[in-house]
Design a protein around this ligand. Structure first.
Ligand SMILES: [Zn+2]
Ligand SMILES: [Zn+2]
Length: 313
């Protein structure tokens, strides 16, 4: 667990606390507590016992200091590192997420089952070798299988107390960013160094590279000064980071356009990501490649025949 936890920031009249915590193997998440007029709002809930106890300890301290109670938790999106510890957070509060992510969290077992079925088909159409496909399906479930679902209320775009809810679909279909004064909490949508993983919309409607890029442009237009991301450090220069990420995907599209000819989705992913394609990264690589391939097909730059990509004549 991090030293100097939590870190304090002041945004206008609001105080924000950033708690950094280890969640999944190799992953650190930020969970934020905002001292609002009505009470304390938590942005995301981390994952794991360590995360839960760190959040509970800090909320207790913040509550005493500001004489306010935790009254709501807002989840940026339905990825387990952002909400997995929600059931272990103490207090009398309501939890919110945007649809369809709110439904995923609420009915997690069922969503897991539905996604698994889609994944099975996807692994077949991408021509993933059977042993790798079996491993991917097994790894997909680890961690997630421990979560049973949690009562989450749906939230809409627009004003929500002192906050502004902004739908930024792409990385996940109901992903939201949350504005507060000149600050924006960006979840996984906008991170200072990492480019969040992409998934094709044919597997998860609301995902897809085009949706993601449109949501990046949406944020860039809003002129927020500082971003508080779900991972890594807070940062300014939101507009230039958006441009950088769009450029990154344009470049990746060009590389994949060249690499996919005569190959399957699996072979294209292997060609692009090489040694990185192992364990859970096999799935992330397949989804990332597939999201770009889907975009290239939609734009009429390539076509697909029997699972093999071809140039447009
Ligand atoms: Zn995510
Ligand atoms: Zn994340």
């Amino acid at each position: 667990m991090a030293e100097a936890n939590p870190q304090k920031y002041e945004i206008g009249d609001f105080v924000i606390y950033r708690m950094q915590m280890d969640t999944l193997p190799g992953l650190r998440n930020n969970v934020y507590a905002i001292v609002e007029s009505e009470g304390i709002t938590l942005i995301d809930a981390g994952y794991g016992f360590g995360a839960a106890s760190l959040i509970n300890k800090n909320i207790k301290k913040i509550s005493i200091k500001h004489n306010k109670k935790l009254n709501k938790v807002i989840i940026t999106h339905s990825h387990i590192d952002h909400f997995g510890a929600i059931g272990k957070i103490k207090g009398n509060f309501d939890t919110y997420a945007h649809m369809p992510d709110s439904n995923v969290i609420k009915d997690f077992r069922n969503s897991l089952y539905t996604y698994e079925k889609k994944l099975k088909t996807f692994l077949k159409t991408s021509k993933t070798p059977l042993p790798t496909a079996i491993q991917i399906r097994f790894l997909y479930k680890t961690h997630k299988i421990l979560f049973n679902g949690y009562p989450v209320k749906p939230i809409n775009e627009g004003k929500f107390g002192d906050l502004e809810i902004i739908l930024t679909e792409g990385h996940s279909p109901g992903h939201i960013c949350i504005g507060l004064g000149d600050a924006i909490f960006t979840g996984d949508h906008l991170l200072p160094n990492i480019t969040p993983t992409q998934s094709p919309y044919f597997i998860t409607p609301g995902c897809g590279l085009e949706n993601y890029i449109n949501s990046l442009k949406k944020i860039a237009k809003m002129k927020y000064r500082i971003a508080f991301p779900g991972h890594e450090e807070p940062f300014e220069n939101i507009q230039s980071r958006v441009k950088e990420i769009i450029k990154f995907h344009e470049n990746r599209l060009n590389i994949i356009e060249g690499a996919c000819i005569g190959r399957t989705i699996f072979q294209t992913a292997k060609k692009i990501f090489g040694k990185k394609m192992h364990g859970y990264h096999n799935l992330l690589g397949l989804l990332e490649a597939s999201a770009h391939l889907e975009y290239l097909i939609d734009k009429g730059r390539i076509s697909q025949n029997n699972g093999i990509f071809t140039k447009i004549a």
